[in-house]
Design a protein around this ligand. Structure first.
Ligand code: SF4
Length: 244
């Protein structure tokens, strides 16, 4: 549903120093959701009372705090981060009491998937892992033409995030970890997973899977992010059985 005028949040554009979302006597701009959307905020908070969300969120916040140490005895505001995300993930999963984890990974990161799977096992979990190509379903199933494949003229198995999710669902995983899934494939994996998901690694082919590298270089090597209009593609025509 389209957001009504004046209620569209623009936190990314907020330049307030002492923000109302963090300080009781803070301020917010006219588009501030903390000031304008108290109804939405109130309704969202009731969701924490449903289905274990409160415990999940509380453990996530406890884990967040445990990823820092206070750097100076006299100044509690000086903190140092001490845990990489893989450790954060392991510790959070233990806090939740999970025994069986799912690992949904990209074929391009098979080696890393093996390393992560071994680490998780070493940390005391059972691990069900599933590759994106599971099922060897041809890309033609999606209505793609030969020219829309990575290598035209050859058989290409599609990435099937829905199948990945269903395979992990059938394995009874309690928490699923995404490793290197493509944009959009990750979305479907999360939609169809019965267990809640976390992302350990995002796919970014040219930055060693570190999208921030391009973002942080947006004024130098990746100037094109601001200066070029990327392929706006338009709608892809997909053949649907029985329809023109
Ligand atoms: S919630 Fe309001 S004050 Fe906080 S960042 Fe967003 S616009 Fe700024």
């Amino acid at each position: 549903m389209k957001q009504q005028d004046g209620r569209m949040p623009h936190c990314a554009d907020c330049t307030i120093e002492q923000t109302i979302c963090r300080y009781e006597d803070g301020k917010g701009p006219v588009s501030c959701p903390t000031l304008n959307l108290s109804d939405v905020i109130e309704r969202s908070l009731t969701e924490y009372q449903q289905g274990g969300n409160l415990r999940f969120a509380a453990n996530a916040s406890i884990q967040e705090a445990e990823c820092y140490v206070n750097g100076e005895k006299d100044n509690p505001h000086v903190r140092y981060a001490i845990k990489p995300r893989i450790q954060e993930t392991v510790e959070f999963a233990h806090k939740m009491g999970y025994r069986r984890l799912g690992l949904a990974f990209c074929a391009g990161l098979r080696d890393e998937a093996k390393i992560v799977s071994d680490i998780l096992k070493q940390q005391g979990f059972e691990v069900a892992s599933v590759i994106c190509k599971v099922g060897r379903t041809p890309k033609e199933f999606l209505g793609l033409t030969d020219g829309q494949k990575i290598t035209p003229g050859e058989f290409e198995a599609m990435c099937s995030p829905v199948t990945q999710a269903k395979v992990l669902n059938s394995a009874g995983t309690e928490f699923n970890i995404l490793l290197g899934l493509c944009v959009g494939h990750d979305s479907l994996m999360m939609r169809f997973s019965e267990a809640l998901c976390t992302v350990l690694v995002v796919k970014d082919r040219v930055t060693g899977h570190n999208p921030l590298a391009a973002i942080q270089l947006h004024q130098s090597y990746y100037k094109k992010l601001n200066e070029e209009k990327f392929n706006q593609g338009g709608k892809v025509r997909v053949r649907v059985e029985g329809q023109e």
